[in-house]
Design a protein around this ligand. Structure first.
Ligand SMILES: *[C@@H]1O[C@H](CO)[C@@H](O)[C@H](O)[C@H]1NC(C)=O
Ligand SMILES: *[C@@H]1O[C@H](CO)[C@@H](O)[C@H](O)[C@H]1NC(C)=O
Ligand SMILES: *[C@@H]1O[C@H](CO)[C@@H](O)[C@H](O)[C@H]1NC(C)=O
Ligand SMILES: *[C@@H]1O[C@H](CO)[C@@H](O)[C@H](O)[C@H]1NC(C)=O
Ligand SMILES: *[C@@H]1O[C@H](CO)[C@@H](O)[C@H](O)[C@H]1NC(C)=O
Ligand SMILES: *[C@@H]1O[C@H](CO)[C@@H](O)[C@H](O)[C@H]1NC(C)=O
Ligand SMILES: *[C@@H]1O[C@H](CO)[C@@H](O)[C@H](O)[C@H]1NC(C)=O
Length: 704
C-alpha cells in the first residue's frame, strides 16, 4: 500500500502517496483483495465473465458443466409464434382497456380479459435468450460435481479472468475462462492429462426458452428438443452451430487449436461434443456468438486475454474510488467488499447498449423497466464512468421517443410518455401497474442535470434538450388542474412507486409530486441555460403543483390515504418512496421549501413502523441517502448493511422473497449511496463516513 497514515480519525491527517497511475490509492491491491473464491458451485449465482453487453456465467468448473448458468447478450431475443385465436392473431388486434381519467375515457395498455391470448403473448414476448450451454464431458460418463475433488476457483477482478481447477479420478484439470471486452466471445484454455488420454471433452447444448416471468437460476429448458433446431457445419479445427427457434436464428462459432472432432447432436438432444483426439495436454477454444447472417469476428485467446486485461485495468483505474482498507471494523470491510464486487457486477451486467436488466437470468422475461434505469445507471455518472453510461443514454430515450410520443398522444396528452416494462423495440408490456406508473417520467431530468455537473457545456445542453422538452411537455400536460382547489394534481388513476395502492384512489403521491417539481425545475433551468424561452405551461404547473401531502406530522403516501402510519397497514409496506424526497432527490430549488420537521418525522416513522419484511433491493440505499442528508451517517451504514439487504460471496445482491437473486438494482443503488457518502452533495462535500473510520476517496464530484 502506498498509504502513509500519520494518525487516526480525520482525513486531514493523511498524506497518501501517489501511485504510478496518478492515484492516491493503490487500486489494484484494494480490488484484488476481494477476488471471489469458490470451491463449490453456488445454487443461485454463477461467477461471470462479460462486458456489459454479453456475459457468460460459470459453475465451479469454469464452464457450465453441472449448473447450466446462462450465456446472454443484448441482441439475443426470441418470440414464440403469435396466438391463432380468432381476432387475436396480431399485435394490432390488442385493444387494451379504457379507464375513467378525470371524466374522460383514456386507453391504457392493460391486459384485456376478453383478449387473454394476445395480452399474454405481449407480456411474455420477446424473452431474452440463453444462447448456449458449454460444459465438460468426462469420457461420456454420468458425472456430478461431487465426483470432482480439490475444486478451487478464483475470479480475478483486475483482469476479468476466472481460474478453476479440480481433479477427476485423481487427474488435475486447469481451466481459464475469459470474455472479450468488445465482442460476444469467450476464450477458454484447458490443461489436463485427461486431454492427453482423450477422455475429457467439451459439450455444447441449446435450450428452448420458456414463458416463465422469472427464469432463474437457469434460463430455458434443455429437454424440449422438438420445437427448435440446430445444425452443425464443421471444418478443420472450427465449427459453426446454427440455432433456429421460430423467427430467431443465431450462430455459435467455435475455433480450437488442437486435434479434436466435433459431433452431434446426440439422438433426441441438441447436445454436441468436441472430443480431443488425445496426445496433447491442453486445448484452447474460442466461442463467438452472433445473430444469424452476421459473420462474427473470432478473436484469438491471446487477443481476448489482452483485451479483457486492458479493459478491466482501465475500468478500475478510471473514475472514482473508495478505499476503506485502513479501517479495521467488520462493517467497513463488508462495505468495501460490496463496493468492489458491485462495481465488477454492474460493469458485466448493466453497462449495456440497452437499458439494463442483468445477464445472469431472466427476470420479467429479460425485459427492462424504465422506472428502474435511474437505479441501474445513475451510479455510473456519480462514479465518473460516463463511457459506460453513454452506451445506453441518452440514445435509449431517442430510440423510444416516437413510441412514447404516440403513447401520450393516444391518451390525449402532450409530449412523450415513457413506457415501463420494455423490450428492445421500445414496446411496453401490457399491465395495470405498467400502464399507470409515473415515476419513470422525470428520470431524464435527473440524468441530464447530473451529466451537466461533469460536462457543463453546450453539447450536453443540446444532447438532452430534445429529450427533456417532450418529457416536460408530458409532465405538464399530465398534471390535472383542479378547479376547486386551484392546484395541479397527479392522478388518479395512477400507481405510486410502491405499486400497492388502489389506482383509482391514488392522487398526489408525495414522492411523485416532489419528483415532478424537480423534473420541471430542471427542464425550466435547461431552457434558461440555453437562452431559450420556457414554455408557459411548465412554469404554471411547477408553480401550482399540489403541496406534498401529510398525515399528522409526517408525509402521507398520497393525499387522503386512510390509516397512514397505522402499524401493519398497507401504508407502511413496500418501497418507502417518501424517503426519496430528501435523499435521492435534492431539496427543491424553487417553490415551497420542504418542511424539515416533516422530513425528519417521516424518516423516524419509517424506521420505527415500516414492515421491513416487504423491503428489498434499492429500498435500503434510498433510506441510507435519506438519513445521510439528515446527517445520520451511522444509520446510513446500518441501512446499507441491513440483514435484509444481502450480497452473496461473489457480491450478487439477493432478491429476497419477491424477486429472484441477483436483483441488480441492489448493487447499483448501493453504489449510488456510496457515491453520496464519498462524494457528498451540494453544500455538503464528502466524504461522510463514520467519524472513526480511516477513509481515502478520490475522483467524485458532489451530487445534486
Ligand atoms: C471451501 O471454501 C469455504 C469458504 O471459503 C471454506 O470454509 C472451506 O474450508 C473450503 N473447503 C475446502 C474443502 O477447501
Ligand atoms: C378503476 O376504475 C376502472 C374504470 O375506470 C375499473 O375498470 C377498475 O376496475 C378500477 N380499479 C380498481 C382497483 O378499483
Ligand atoms: C423437462 O424436465 C422438466 C424437469 O426438469 C420436466 O418438468 C418436464 O416435464 C420435462 N419436459 C419434457 C418435454 O421432457
Ligand atoms: C412446442 O410447440 C407446440 C406447438 O406449437 C406446443 O403445443 C408445445 O407447447 C411446445 N412445447 C414447448 C415445450 O414449448
Ligand atoms: C379537486 O381536489 C379535491 C380535494 O383534493 C378533490 O376532492 C376533488 O375530487 C378534486 N377534483 C377533481 C375534479 O379531481
Ligand atoms: C412544519 O411541520 C410541523 C409539523 O407538522 C408544523 O408544526 C410546522 O408549523 C411546519 N412548519 C412550517 C414552516 O410550515
Ligand atoms: C404487526 O405485525 C407483527 C408481525 O406480524 C406483530 O408482531 C404485531 O403484533 C402487529 N402489530 C399490530 C399493531 O397489529
Amino acid at each position: 500500500m502506498h498509504l502513509t497514515i500519520l494518525g487516526s480519525g480525520l482525513l486531514a491527517l493523511y498524506i497518501p502517496a501517489v501511485t504510478a497511475t496518478g492515484h492516491r490509492i493503490d487500486r489494484r491491491a484494494v480490488v484484488r483483495a476481494f477476488n471471489p473464491h469458490r470451491n463449490v458451485s453456488s445454487t443461485k449465482t454463477p461467477l461471470q465473465v462479460g462486458n456489459g453487453n454479453f456475459a457468460f456465467g460459470v459453475d465451479v468448473t469454469g464452464l457450465q458443466t453441472f449448473s447450466p448458468f446462462a450465456t446472454m447478450s443484448t441482441w439475443g431475443w426470441h418470440s414464440f409464434s403469435l396466438p391463432t385465436t380468432p381476432g387475436q392473431t396480431s399485435v394490432e388486434d390488442f385493444t387494451g382497456l379504457d379507464w375513467w381519467t378525470h371524466d374522460r375515457l383514456v386507453n391504457y395498455n392493460q391486459p384485456n380479459p376478453a383478449q387473454a391470448d394476445i395480452s399474454n403473448w405481449l407480456i411474455q414476448n420477446p424473452q431474452r435468450l440463453n444462447l448456449a450451454r458449454i460444459g465438460f464431458s468426462f469420457d461420456g460418463e454420468e458425472t456430478t460435481e461431487e465426483d470432482l475433488q480439490e475444486k478451487a476457483q478464483e475470479l480475478d477482478l483486475w483482469t476479468g479472468k476466472i481460474s478453476s481447477s479440480f481433479k477427476y479420478k485423481d487427474v488435475a484439470v486447469y481451466v481459464e475462462t475469459w470474455a472479450d471486452a468488445s465482442s460476444d466471445s469467450i476464450g477458454i484454455s484447458v490443461g489436463s492429462e485427461l486431454l492427453t488420454e482423450g477422455s475429457l471433452g467439451i459439450f455444447f447444448d441449446f435450450p428452448l426458452p420458456t414463458r416463465n416471468k422469472f427464469d432463474a437460476p437457469f434460463v430455458g429448458i434443455f429437454n424440449a428438443t422438438g420445437n427448435h433446431s440446430t445444425t452443425l457445419r464443421s471444418q478443420k479445427q472450427s465449427a459453426i452451430i446454427r440455432h433456429d427457434l421460430d423467427e430467431t436464428s443465431y450462430d455459435v462459432s467455435f475455433k480450437w487449436d488442437s486435434k479434436a472432432e466435433i459431433s452431434g447432436p446426440a439422438k433426441g438432444t441438441h447436445r454436441y461434443l468436441l472430443k480431443p483426439s488425445g496426445g496433447k495436454k491442453d486445448i484452447v477454444l474460442v466461442v463467438a456468438f452472433s445473430p444469424g447472417g452476421i459473420k462474427p469476428r473470432i478473436p484469438s485467446l491471446t487477443q481476448i486475454k489482452k483485451a479483457s486485461s486492458k479493459w478491466w485495468g482501465s475500468f478500475w483505474n478510471s473514475g472514482a474510488f473508495v478505499d476503506l482498507s485502513a479501517t479495521t471494523s467488520a462493517e467497513a470491510k463488508e462495505l468495501q467488499r460490496r463496493i468492489i464486487l458491485s462495481q465488477y457486477l454492474t460493469a458485466v451486467n448493466s453497462a449495456s447498449t440497452l437499458p439494463p436488466q442483468g445477464l445472469v437470468n431472466n427476470g420479467w422475461y429479460g425485459k427492462f423497466h424504465l422506472e428502474m434505469i435511474l437505479w441501474h445507471l445513475l451510479h455510473f455518472a456519480r462514479w465518473d464512468k460516463y463511457p459506460l453510461l453513454w452506451r445506453s443514454l441518452p440514445h435509449m430515450y431517442n430510440d423510444y421517443l416516437s413510441s412514447s410520443l404516440d403513447r401520450a398522444r393516444l391518451q390525449g396528452y402532450a409530449g412523450a410518455r415513457w413506457g415501463k416494462m420494455t423490450d428492445p423495440t421500445g414496446r411496453s408490456a401490457p399491465g395495470e401497474i405498467n400502464s399507470l406508473l409515473i415515476w419513470q417520467q422525470p428520470h431524464p431530468m435527473y440524468f441530464a442535470e447530473t451529466e451537466y455537473r461533469s460536462f457543463p457545456d453546450a453539447a450536453t445542453l443540446r444532447k438532452w434538450d430534445a429529450i427533456l422538452t417532450p418529457t416536460a411537455d408530458f409532465m405538464a400536460s399530465y398534471a390535472f388542474y383542479n378547479e376547486s382547489t386551484g392546484v395541479y394534481d397527479l392522478g388518479p388513476p395512477m400507481y405510486p412507486a410502491s405499486e400497492n395502492t388502489n389506482p383509482n384512489a391514488t392522487v398526489n403521491p408525495a414522492f411523485e409530486l416532489a419528483y415532478w417539481r424537480f423534473g420541471l425545475d430542471v427542464a425550466i433551468t435547461w431552457k434558461q441555460r440555453q437562452g431559450l424561452s420556457v414554455p408557459a405551461k411548465w412554469a404554471e404547473v411547477h408553480d401550482k403543483l399540489a403541496l406534498l401531502p401529510t398525515a399528522g406530522d409526517a408525509f402521507a403516501l398520497y393525499e387522503g390515504i386512510p390509516d397512514m402510519w397505522a402499524p401493519n397497514s398497507t401504508t407502511v409496506t413496500d418501497h418507502p418512496a417518501m424517503s426519496g424526497i430528501f435523499g435521492l432527490l435534492p431539496p427543491p430549488r424553487s417553490g415551497p421549501p420542504l418542511n424539515m420537521t416533516i422530513v425528519r418525522n417521516t424518516a423516524k416513522k419509517i424506521k420505527e413502523l415500516w414492515a421491513w419484511g416487504d423491503c428489498w433491493g434499492w429500498d435500503f440505499p434510498m433510506l441510507a441517502m435519506n438519513v445521510l442528508r439528515l446527517g445520520d451517517v451511522d444509520q446510513a451504514v446500518s441501512y446499507l448493511l441491513d440483514p435484509l439487504f444481502n450480497f452473496d460471496d461473489a457480491g450478487y445482491p439477493e432478491g429476497g422473497a419477491r424477486v429472484p437473486t441477483p436483483y441488480f438494482p441492489g448493487s447499483s443503488s448501493f453504489l449510488l449511496a456510496i457515491a453520496m457518502m464519498a462524494g457528498g452533495w451540494d453544500g455538503e462535500p464528502g466524504p461522510h463516513f463514520p467519524e472513526e473510520w480511516k477513509v481515502v476517496v478520490e475522483g467524485f464530484i458532489p451530487g445534486l
